[in-house]
Design a protein around this ligand. Structure first.
Ligand code: SF4
Ligand code: SF4
Length: 385
């Protein structure tokens, strides 16, 4: 039977979401303020969405700015958050271990899309029983939803200067999801931002991707470049990658609100130990089959072998460690052009004089025009020295 008042109803919904391992549950209207709509427009106009065409496609932009049109008669958005473990290594320890690669903390366990979607559906099934006749739809990251502004106006947490949602008690290591429903539920109060005069995330960002407080230029952000960007990594940014091979946690690791970051009691997104700083050499030896086995059910799998090994080659180059020369020479013969180009760059970082001779030889047989261009650019860099 439906509880009589809104407070009981909300509390029943919260209990259901908790039972399915969502740590946070807040309620808001499906409306994005004019100010935030304008901010989104400006971000896209300035090209900061990089190659994420789904962010600039007009119908999807319209829906992002008008969540009330996502579902007919939608009245409430239930914003949900699920925490994952903070990084197992400190920022300095992780970056200093140059023979190993850093994978962002959220990506060290099972793919959150799969984990959360399954649980969202279970929540939705229970809501059908609780709310009776109502329409609803669930979303995790893949739909045109401005989820962080919605989370802020729902009171879950504010969008920090690094653009991510921060819960004032539990920090920012959390993934978001939403349920849009036609049920008219009491909303929660928006939360104010509490970054104050802090600038830590802006100062630590290795590529200066936080171009102004609350504005992240994806074209510069390692999280975007190492995961979403499918092609060659711009030469000017490769050295800033350090040994980050999938995503980047730097701006979250320095954030004072993560000093007491929440570690879930029962972390269903818990990191697998083998994904905490895997050895670069081991990764570079993965063929397609071994890659799929090693990253089974992991979000890293979506990057595909060629994308990950591109990043691994960059990390090897940045290490300047002669240990990697042989494995990089093998990678120069890989069938994937992306891997060959970045292996060539890496060899040049480690041993410029010898690599220049080797790459000049390699160019005589290299058939892929993009790889040729990229290696010529690498060697061109040598001429400027
Ligand atoms: S994820 Fe990394 S590169 Fe992107 S804004 Fe944060 S610190 Fe900068
Ligand atoms: S590091 Fe400072 S400025 Fe950046 S999000 Fe955290 S509190 Fe805000």
């Amino acid at each position: 039977m439906m509880p009589k008042n809104q407070k009981n109803l909300k509390s029943s919904i919260k209990n259901i979401t908790k039972k399915h391992h969502f740590d946070l549950c807040y309620f808001t209207k499906p409306i994005i303020s004019q100010h935030l709509q304008k901010k989104y427009d400006t971000w896209v106009e300035q090209g900061m969405h990089a190659e994420m065409d789904y962010m600039s496609e007009s119908q999807r932009m319209h829906l992002r700015k008008n969540p009330q049109e996502m579902l007919s008669d939608v009245k409430t958005v239930i914003c949900l958050g699920m925490f994952h473990s903070p990084p197992l290594q400190s920022l300095s320890d992780g970056l200093a271990k140059h023979t190993h690669g850093v994978i962002a903390s959220y990506a060290q366990g099972d793919d959150y899309h799969e984990v959360m979607k399954k649980r969202l559906k279970a929540v939705a099934a229970e809501l059908d029983g609780l709310l009776g006749q109502h329409a609803q739809r669930v979303y995790v990251d893949t739909a045109p939803v401005l989820e962080r502004p919605l989370a802020q106006q729902a009171g879950m947490g504010w969008q920090g200067k690094h653009g991510l949602t921060i819960h004032w008690k539990k920090g920012s290591y959390l993934m978001l999801a939403e349920i849009f429903t036609s049920a008219d539920l009491e909303i929660d109060e928006a939360v104010d931002e509490h970054c104050g005069s802090c600038q830590r995330c802006l100062n630590v960002c290795p590529t200066s991707a936080i171009v102004a407080p609350y504005v992240v230029d994806a074209r510069l952000c390692i999280s975007y470049l190492s995961i979403e960007h499918k092609g060659m990594i711009p030469h000017a940014l490769r050295s800033s990658f350090g040994n980050r091979i999938f995503g980047c946690d730097d701006c979250q690791q320095v954030c004072p609100w993560n000093r007491l970051a929440h570690t879930p009691n029962e972390d269903i997104l818990k990191p697998r130990l083998e994904n905490d700083m895997p050895e670069l050499s081991m990764l570079m030896h993965l063929d397609e089959v071994k890659f799929r086995e090693f990253f089974r059910k992991s979000p890293v799998k979506r990057l595909k072998r060629k994308g990950l090994l591109r990043n691994v080659a960059i990390a090897m180059g940045n290490s300047k460690d002669h240990l990697f020369i042989n494995v990089l020479m093998d990678a120069l013969r890989d069938e994937e052009p992306l891997i060959r180009a970045h292996a060539a760059w890496a060899l040049y970082q480690i041993q410029p004089i010898e690599a220049a001779l080797l790459l000049a030889q390699h160019l005589k047989n290299e058939k892929n025009a993009d790889v040729v261009l990229d290696i010529e650019y690498t060697l061109g860099e040598s001429n400027h020295d």
